[in-house]
Design a protein around this ligand. Structure first.
Ligand SMILES: [Fe+2]
Length: 206
């Protein structure tokens, strides 16, 4: 007769390691290194404590950074006119104020007005560019991307809607290199001038 043993697999053996976003190595991940659960916390109190850290150009702060997905709170104003394309979905919840999310659909720039209290979903591989005004606050959920997956930083001409620039990153490098790449683009007329109509894309002011 065999003895029945509890079939509890230690979280470490189950592959549950703390996953920390490289730009926020000291932030909680929603579960502890031993696989246990962190306590609930109040979203708007967290925002109050961290609002001063949400600064242009992107204005984001990680609320959660897990194995399968991450959640960011983004406070406006942002100061970016780049588009972003990745092979995964994104979920937007607009907490305060209204924003515009530009997408590229059928080769044209489309403005989606996401108003306070509204939700918005972006399908995989749709280039998108959120434009967030001052004193706005939004939540975005994205899938954690494995190394080897790629992510596009793109610029489209606001005058003739042509693609001006398309740079592909490995997702593992994105945090370190994405912001610098934007600065290099804006600073270099050879990169940031539209070949179709001659319009120069410059760095936006917040
Ligand atoms: Fe153009």
């Amino acid at each position: 007769m065999s003895t029945i043993r509890p079939s509890v697999t230690p979280p470490s053996a189950a592959g549950l390691r703390p996953i920390t976003n490289p730009d926020t190595p000291d932030e909680p991940n929603g579960f502890e290194p031993d696989g246990s659960v962190t306590s609930p916390f109040h979203l708007l109190s967290w925002v109050q404590q961290n609002r001063h850290l949400m600064r242009p150009p992107v204005g984001n702060k990680y609320l959660y950074s897990g194995k399968d997905f991450f959640v960011m709170i983004i406070g406006g104003p942002n100061a970016r006119n780049d588009f972003h394309k990745v092979n995964s979905e994104e979920f937007f919840l607009q907490l305060k104020g209204d924003i515009v999310v530009k997408t590229i659909e059928g080769g044209r720039i489309v403005d989606h007005h996401v108003r306070e209290g509204e939700v918005f979903f972006i399908p995989p591989n749709v280039p998108h560019s959120p434009r967030r005004g001052p004193d706005t606050l939004g939540l975005v959920v994205e899938r954690t991307r494995p190394a080897g997956e790629t992510e596009h930083q793109m610029f489209f001409c606001p005058q003739c809607e042509s693609l001006v620039y398309d740079k592909v990153f490995d997702c593992k490098d994105i945090v370190a290199h994405f912001a610098r790449s934007m600065e290099e683009f804006w600073a270099d007329p050879a990169l940031s001038t539209c070949r179709s109509c001659g319009y120069r894309i410059t760095k936006p002011q917040p």
